[in-house]
Design a binder for this molecule. Sequence first.
Ligand code: IPD
Ligand code: CA
Ligand code: CA
Length: 257
Amino acid sequence: MNLEAIKAGIKEAGAAVLRTAPTEGVTIKEGRLNYVTAADLASERVLKETIQRNFPNHLILSEETESDLNDPLTVEHLWVIDPIDGTSNFKNGREYAGISVGYVEMGEPMAGFIYDPFRDQLFHAVKGEGAYLDEAKIHASDTDDLGKATLLTDNSYEPNGTKRNLQLVASLPQNPWVLMRGSAVLAYADIAAGRADIYVHQFFKPWDNAAGFVIAKEAGAVIKRFNGEDGTFLDSALVIGNQALVNQFLEAQGVKV
Ligand code: IPD
Ligand code: CA
Ligand code: CA
């Protein structure tokens, strides 16, 4: 599989984002404060063309393109794209957003690429081969006390979604250090790089998860549903971090670990 082509494509998509004014072509989608910009569409175009050129027989699931894919778990070769993750940041001139491309076989994420165009940082992983930030191997943190951990959570386009994430975090007895920065894929990348310790969100979309799954797992993180089962990239509610911290989070949800 020609991964270099995807690396080049995601950087080209990043260049397209940086070239496009954040305020250009803004439209609103379903949900609260859910926008699309010309840059989202420009990035998506580059990524889809890259994949179609290199893997003409593979299917694509991309956030800004309507899909008639019924069951992503039965697709042999599937690319899952988030052309800009952190559009709210981008649109308002806060330079914190990522581009995400995951490759999934029969529901299992096998390779992932997350690019931060503002810092020119490319995270990637292939199942079984470790996780990398540019050329350097990365590892999830080994912090083992949720009370001393940096916990990431996020906003949501659902009516009470942001409130529900905040209530969940506020209910944790350990009182971790909390950040909410507005890009799910960069949160996955930060968990993988050990820059943050645990990430909890209840409103993931498949394109938030696909690449992050491989990168975080290859860096040593585990990804669980709140009942302790293994997560899939189609799940909306997940906790991601090292085993010790995830266990402490699950215990707080009443799960026996
Ligand atoms: C959103 C961002 C945000 C998270 C939302 C996502 P988008 O993705 O990752 O941080 O809280 O749940 O939907 O819309 O910017 O691609
Ligand atoms: Ca997006
Ligand atoms: Ca997203």
